[in-house]
Ligand binder design. Structure first.
Ligand code: KIV
Ligand code: ZN
Length: 511
């Protein structure tokens, strides 16, 4: 008998805590729908009490997702738990995840609480959450640096209080696989009621060991792994979902458990998260990097051609590579278009939205004869940016010539009024950004500029990411177009539009 390994995705909560990875409500819903399609068991949608924006995002995901359990994080405080329950109440299935730190340094220096007070507050929080649902998860924050005897005491008490999942976080990524695995085995052995809860792990990647620690925990009885797409997350990130899932699947000869994920959705989810957050995926990243299945050496290529398993332990198509299919063309009608996007998890809030995206699709089909799913995703991200469009690109002309300084001439509208501008720069993109700044004067600093081709070939759309910083606030913007410079201008304006929206503060960042 193989146990089920539950996959708990926290891209929308811990992943969003990566500096600069903040997502809008609509972007979060899009990612949540993609995770649901991949059959993720539990989606941590956010931290409902953090702000009105976080609350609304959790609520929107609870409404939109039907098949996965939707979860909200909450500190071990009644007001947090009440807010989480309120945001989640319309979900088909929901979980409340409450946490309180148990390591000496956190209890003394951060919480200023005694161990007895921590046990009491944790129990109270779990009991309170049980008033709303019988699906309650408790995390002893910084468990990886907590004293084992005290951890056993807390875990026993919260299981008695009704916690059904016990999540052991290595909050600061301090653990090593052998020790972390033993910690899980010890807790399962020593806590008398441990059989009444599912043990889970949540590992951070500060030493590059998040996946290894998670897998060691699974070998020692953990049956839920908390992870994120592309390993996004606070500081060095969390355990990467795709690596955990594919390790367990590829080494099914060793792991006594299996996930029920549709792994063919992995590459799609990875791209979606990367394009929305503006965090590029390194080419040599396991599973989802562009080179993950590319064989360069002649000996390897020859081996793979003779027999795939000589150099490949997984099939690229099993994680969603090479699924590039021409899906729509110039002659596709509106209904086929709508249906196809529905199949990709994209639904339109109104007929106007559909019309706008459809008309942009027709423009694209005029330029590019083969339209792939990836093109449609990029197009939708570009058109439905959902930010109030204070700034809009009306027209752009760039002149780039050998021996001459590139020059950009553009018109942007700001709150409906059009402004012409022009500037020179080191290159056409630099000139474009400088021209925009002559109107916007945003006082921002450009942190990251990235370009990604959506499909192969020089007719591909370019998906551009721009990360701006202003007074410590970091914002990502995206834009897509078959013209790289136009895509860049759009991405820059998208970031400026996001900067106008009020900032969301996170209670874990600013208590
Ligand atoms: O890293 C951590 O400890 C967390 C908890 C809130 C689970 O993110
Ligand atoms: Zn975390």
């Amino acid at each position: 008998m193989t146990d089920k390994l539950f996959i708990f995705d926290t891209t929308l909560r811990d992943g969003e805590q990566s500096p600069g990875a903040s997502m809008t409500k609509e972007e979060k819903v899009r990612i949540a729908k993609a995770l649901e399609k991949m059959k993720v068991d539990i989606i941590e949608a956010g931290f409902a009490i953090a702000s009105q924006g976080d609350f609304e995002a959790v609520q929107a995901i609870a409404r939109a997702v039907k098949d996965s359990t939707v979860c909200s994080l909450s500190r071990a405080l009644e007001k947090d738990i009440d807010r989480a329950a309120e945001a989640l109440k319309e979900a088909n299935s929901f979980r409340i995840h409450t946490f309180l730190a148990t390591s000496p340094v956190h209890m003394e220096m951060k919480l200023r609480m005694t161990p007895d007070q921590v046990v009491e507050q944790a129990v109270k929080a779990v009991k309170h959450a049980r008033n709303y649902t019988d699906n309650v998860e408790f995390s002893p924050e910084d468990a990886g640096r907590s004293e084992v005897d005290f951890l056993c005491r807390v875990v026993e008490a919260v299981i008695d209080a009704g916690a059904t999942t016990i999540n052991i976080p290595d909050t600061v990524g301090y653990n090593l696989p052998e020790y972390f695995g033993k910690l899980i085995a010890t807790l399962r052995e020593r806590v008398p009621n441990s059989d009444k809860a599912v043990f889970s792990v949540h590992c951070h990647n500060d030493l590059g060991l998040a996946v290894a620690n998670s897998l060691a925990a699974v070998m020692n009885g953990a049956r839920q792994v908390e992870c994120t797409i592309n390993g996004l997350g606070e500081r060095a990130g969390n355990a990467s979902l795709e690596e955990v899932v594919m390790a367990v699947r590829t080494r099914s000869d060793i792991f006594p458990c299996a996930t029920t994920l549709d792994t063919t959705q992995i590459v799609h989810c990875s791209r979606l998260v990367s394009s929305i957050t503006g965090f590029p995926v390194q080419p040599n990243k396991a599973i989802v990097g562009a080179n993950a299945f590319a064989h360069e050496s002649g000996i390897h290529q020859d081996g793979v051609l003779k027999h795939r398993q000589t150099y490949e332990i997984m099939r690229a198509e099993d994680v969603g590579w090479h699924t590039n299919r021409i899906v729509l063309g110039k002659l596709s009608g509106r209904n086929a278009f709508r249906e196809h996007l529905k199949h990709l998890g994209i639904e339109f809030a109104s007929e106007e939205e559909l019309n706008e995206v459809f008309s942009r699709f027709k423009d694209l089909a005029d330029k590019k004869s083969e339209i792939y799913d990836e093109d449609l995703q990029a197009l939708v991200s570009d058109v439905l940016s959902y930010e109030p469009e204070h700034y809009k690109l009306i027209s752009l002309k760039v002149c780039s010539e050998t021996g001459e300084r590139p020059h950009a001439q553009l018109t942007i509208s700001l709150d409906g009024k059009e402004y012409p501008a022009d500037a020179e720069g080191c290159g056409p993109v630099d000139a474009t950004f400088k021209a925009i700044e002559t109107v916007a004067n945003s006082q921002t600093r450009l942190l990251v500029y990235s370009v990604n081709n959506v499909t192969n070939g020089t007719d591909s759309q370019a998906e551009v990411g721009v990360r701006l910083e202003k007074g410590g606030r970091v914002i990502n913007g995206q834009g897509a177009d078959t013209d790289i410079v136009i895509a860049s201008g759009k991405a820059y304006l998208n970031a400026l539009n996001k900067l106008v929206a009020p900032e969301r503060k996170h209670p874990q960042v600013t208590p």
